[in-house]
Design a protein around this ligand. Structure first.
Ligand SMILES: [Zn+2]
Length: 507
């Protein structure tokens, strides 16, 4: 006589908190800079997207089918910015943690989506704080897995409080969904197979930047290919490597491989040691390549164009304030003979333009309104256009941009799109929305380290990675780190590395 087994419903709680910051941006980020999703809004937003949530949901649905109950709590998403105002973080943390209290003793597992490069004006390990507090609420027994960006800073506090982790294997990032799936797979192995995770990592005293980190073509790709091979091993639960966000100056900032195995500490330690040794030997080539500011202006002057000047040092997408006008100022100083298009964050200049109206002229220094590194550029400006559009859909991703009121200001052969709020400039969205097509200009200054080739690189005569000042400069020794462990390459060229594994096991 057969008895039907009582069906076990798997109750999995899902939430997240994502941001990366530049410590060197002097403008703190506020609460209203974030977008928030609550409850089923998280599932709705994930549907049909290449997102880590979508991947985790799909993997859990495949594993548990009708026996799955997903509980969505709270998700906070902030674009890159300066350090988060601590009071704003405390509010977000409370909103993140509070809903967990309703599910104590009623859930089988937890998935959190995290970036890993947050920082507040006081807390140097916000994700560690969130995970530690979450652990206190839900108890020691419920497994927590997380997904992370490979630019995250994985900390001991995070590792002490999680049972599984998956991180992107691609840069530029394309494997959001896959990463969510891999995180969920770890959770499924723990719940279904009784896997006993043990993690190892090695902290490598180096920061890196530049094209060798592009996983398809650069040296760093070897680490990702090895991670993927490791994940095929039956005892490996997940593997990856963090190259960290070098602008988030926190105590555990460094590059680090990690491996989670099912109770095989030796395998985890051997794998991270191999990754670390291979990576360390390539640290010299994984650095930014630049043209000096004066050199790029001089070379550009003599070229037919069109040209792209990349200003990675003031890239809002990396957490900078976006108010540098240094490259344009150098062009003005050098009597640059061509038309130039650039952007700048300057709320005062924008409101002045809106006050005066199109066609009027005024004299003022623009730029340098936020970051004292930057000097304003004082010229006579003619107001070509003004606008106040919101929810601009990015040319590259599906995110929305909200630059606030904007104005197009012209002085001689220089055209500046001035905006009220710092926004990502990885594509041409804000230029287009203000009636400026980069193809109509000899030279365009773009505040990002990279852009999709079709936007600029495919049609320009040359591009310059300009060694300008700024809070997200790829010239890392110029930034002034004070908190991360030292010595650290490339700040200390003679930094030495004695590989040491750290092992984490929850049980
Ligand atoms: Zn990233």
């Amino acid at each position: 006589m057969a008895f039907e087994r009582e069906k076990k419903i798997m109750r999995i709680l899902m939430g997240g908190c994502n941001q990366e910051i530049s410590t060197f941006n002097p403008v703190p980020c506020e609460y209203d800079f974030f977008d928030f999703l609550r409850g089923e809004e998280i599932r709705d937003a994930a549907m049909g997207n290449n997102s880590s949530y979508a991947g985790a949901i799909a993997e859990l649905e495949t594993a548990f089918g009708d026996d799955l109950d997903l509980i969505f709590t709270y998700d906070a998403e902030g674009a890159a910015a300066g350090p988060l105002e601590h009071s704003a973080f405390l509010r977000i943390a409370e909103e993140f943690l509070e809903p967990l209290k309703d599910h104590v003793g009623k859930i089988d597992g937890v998935y959190f989506s995290m970036h890993g490069a947050m920082g507040t004006t006081k807390e140097l390990d916000p994700e560690g704080y969130l995970l530690e507090e979450a652990r206190k609420i839900i108890g020691e027994e419920v497994p927590i897995v997380i997904s992370m960006d490979l630019h995250g800073i994985l900390t001991a506090k995070m590792l002490d409080n999680i049972n599984g982790l998956a991180a992107y294997h691609t840069y530029p990032h394309v494997d959001f969904e896959d990463t969510g799936r891999r995180a969920a797979k770890s959770l499924i192995r723990i719940l279904n197979d009784g896997a006993k995770p043990v993690a190892a990592r090695v902290r490598i005293p180096t920061l890196v930047r530049g094209n060798e980190l592009i996983t398809e073509t650069g040296a760093f790709g070897a680490q990702m290919r090895y991670s993927k091979e490791l994940e095929k091993h039956p005892e490996v639960m997940s593997a990856g490597m963090f190259i960290c966000n070098p602008f988030t100056d926190v105590p555990e900032l460094c590059c680090q491989p990690f491996v989670f195995t099912d109770n095989n500490q030796q395998l985890a330690e051997e794998a991270v040691l191999k990754q670390a040794a291979d990576f360390w030997s390539n640290r010299h080539i994984m650095q930014g390549q630049f043209t000096s500011l004066e050199g790029s202006v001089k070379r550009g002057s003599a070229m037919t164009g069109p040209l792209a000047f990349y200003d990675a040092a003031d890239a809002p997408s990396s957490g900078a304030s976006g108010d540098s006008i240094e490259i344009a100022a150098a062009m003005v100083k050098a009597n640059y003979p061509h038309t130039v298009l650039t952007s700048v964050v300057d709320p005062t200049a924008v409101s002045k333009a809106h006050e005066l109206g199109v066609g009027e002229t005024f004299t003022m220094g623009i730029g340098g309104a936020l970051d004292p590194r930057f000097q304003p550029l004082k010229l006579d400006w003619t107001i070509k256009s003004i606008a106040d559009h919101s929810n601009l859909k990015m040319e590259t991703w599906k995110f929305r941009l909200n630059p606030g009121p904007t104005a197009v200001l012209v002085s001689g052969n220089l055209t500046v799109v001035a905006m009220t709020k710092s926004q990502m400039m990885v594509d041409r969205t804000i230029f287009f929305d203000n009636g400026c097509d980069p193809k109509d200009y000899h030279s365009t200054i773009i505040k990002t380290p990279h852009a999709e080739p079709a936007f600029f690189d495919d049609w320009v005569e040359a591009k310059f990675n300009v060694d300008a000042i700024g809070s997200t400069s790829a010239n890392l020794p110029t930034l002034g780190h004070t908190i991360c462990a030292r010595p650290m390459y490339p700040m200390e060229q003679d930094a030495e590395f004695s590989p040491r594994t750290e092992v984490f096991r929850r049980s």
